[in-house]
Design a protein around this ligand. Structure first.
Ligand SMILES: C[S@@+](CC[C@H](N)C(=O)[O-])C[C@H]1O[C@@H](n2cnc3c(N)ncnc32)[C@H](O)[C@@H]1O
Length: 315
């Protein structure tokens, strides 16, 4: 049975840690670049310090739900549709050129994942879509039009899928008979394309289609390029002492966050001495290791299982 949109529950991940690392006691304007269903946004605004919040999301449907859910907070919250690469432009349109803190909770929301017609999940039968916002290619376009080599590269790079070539081959064979248009078709095809283990029962910790679906979602939404833009633009928007908090859900994302923050914290390298120029440091990293959810949080909210939070302070 379908869940009515308004009924989606979304438990915000690493909430207490997010609020602590944003250091709301400095007050001012906070930007939630992934407002989703408004969970983190509400917690920020319920602190007595954060004066205002701008909530951004590329998904109009999410913004409509967030607007309903945050209605009681009145004019302290402004919601805007936009992608990470439009962050500075969207804020400039609101007359904002500095923020006290910026948060991004990456990936998809439970609303997107659970809506069969959005096509994100192999657990639900639906059209192979996977767009978070409007206007981009759908997963159907990619699966039916990309050359075999390109599909294999995407599954390998974005899904870290060991059987990327076999899966790409199986897709190309299947689509020569008829287009692949549903989540169920792709799930079954990927399952059949993977080799069975030689001995013993099949033992996998994740469903065999997980990596292929993750890779397609990243390609459809250009998620890694978006993340690079988010980090670059956020750091430019932060006021001195402003905080950036990013929660990621897989190693590709976390690697980008970790390396970008490290480079910004090191600064430029002096060509003669090979030493970093201290005055060119842009941020201080506040999390030497990523913050992970506790066993209690994972038990209460399994979606938090793979979350890793990293935070920085603008110098
Ligand atoms: C995990 S959910 C956020 C949930 C939210 N923190 C809450 O507590 O309800 C991620 C949201 O980020 C949005 N999103 C992902 N990538 C984006 C991008 N590049 N630009 C704008 N929004 C994006 C998705 O549409 C989704 O609604």
């Amino acid at each position: 049975m379908e869940t009515p949109l308004g009924d989606f529950a979304h438990t915000p991940v690493l909430l207490a840690e997010t609020v602590r690392l944003l250091d709301l006691s400095r007050g001012g304007l906070f930007v939630d670049c992934t407002v989703g269903l408004g969970g983190h946004a509400r917690a920020i605004l319920e602190s007595r310090f954060a004066a205002k919040l701008v909530g951004i999301d590329r998904d109009r449907q999410a913004l409509e739900l967030a607007a309903e859910r945050l209605q009681d907070l009145g004019e302290r919250v402004q919601l805007v549709v936009g992608r990470f690469d439009q962050l500075e432009d969207r804020l400039a349109e609101l007359g904002i050129d500095r923020a006290s803190g910026i948060i991004a909770d990456l990936g998809v929301s439970s609303m997107q994942l659970e809506s069969a017609e959005r096509g994100f999940s192999f657990m639900h039968q639906g059209p192979l879509d996977m767009r978070m916002g409007a206007g981009e290619l759908t997963a159907t376009d990619i699966v039916n039009d990309y050359p075999e080599k390109e599909l294999s590269r995407i599954f390998h790079e974005f899904g870290e899928e060991r059987h990327s070539r076999r899966i790409a081959r199986a897709i190309v064979e299947a689509r020569s008979e008829a287009p692949i248009e549903t989540t169920g078709q792709l799930r079954d095809l990927v399952e059949r394309a993977q080799p069975r283990p030689r001995r013993g029962p099949r033992r996998r910790s994740i469903h065999p289609a997980t990596r292929t679906f993750q890779a397609l979602r990243i390609e459809v939404n250009q998620e890694l390029d978006q993340l690079r833009e988010l980090l670059e633009q956020s750091v430019r928007m932060l006021e001195r002492d402003g905080r950036l908090v990013v929660i990621s859900y897989h190693s590709l994302e976390d690697r980008i966050v970790k390396h970008t923050l490290r480079d910004l914290a090191t600064g430029e390298i002096e060509p003669i001495t090979g030493r970093p120029r201290a005055e060119s440091r842009v941020i201080e990293v506040l999390t030497r290791k990523p913050v992970r959810p506790t066993a209690e949080e994972v038990a209460a909210n399994p979606r938090s299982r793979s979350a890793r939070l990293r935070a920085a302070r603008r110098l």
